[in-house]
Design a protein around this ligand. Sequence first.
Ligand code: FE2
Ligand code: FE2
Length: 237
Amino acid sequence: MITITPETTVREIAAAEAAAARVFESFGIDYCCGGRKPLAQACGERGVEAGAVLAALEEAMQQPQPDERDWSAEPLAALCRHIEDTHHVFTRSEMERIQGLAGKVVARHGADRAELGEIQERIDALQGELLPHLQREELMLFPYIASLERTRSAGETQASGGSVRNPIRVMIADHDAAAAEMAAIRKLSREYTPPQGACPTYRAFYAALAEFERDLHRHVHLENNILFPRAIALDEA
Ligand SMILES: [Fe+2]
Ligand SMILES: [Fe+2]
């Protein structure tokens, strides 16, 4: 268990404590792309009491977490497989479902609610960025990390040592771009709040977007805060 102070960065806390992600979600604190900030600063920018967040973190850390594996200790190949089998599968299927919902909601309500068309455009942009990104991870980066781990554990050195930083930098930039689209969607939808009396499809659309964002945060957290730093450390060991 790590000692958390106001100076500990959000990403250090999220990487060390699986339960922290839920706490950060509940306070609206960005623990993936914006996670490089010290806790006190992140709380200040979000307008929440650092003391309240610290108390919630401490409480969450006391609770047993039977369903969450500690990915800071598992093999990297297993972590890559977990990311693909859960987050990549979810991202692909949900993007398609969300686009279907967006089409229906825009057709029915787009004339009255100008933000809906803009949200739909942002979703298309997000999909255009995320799908090739998932493929680059699955076809290039993840297999490279797995082979790096195999050769390292066999005691061999890989000729291309030190080169994993570049593809990782590109992946992190993709994550930042996706986070920016998602933040714009959140704002346009007033934090995924449907208007009063909205139809079930409208509600389902916003609920799906909120769930998609939660999953994206967990997904990017596993990559930015755990997988990538561990791969770089292994590559440069
Ligand atoms: Fe990914
Ligand atoms: Fe990624």
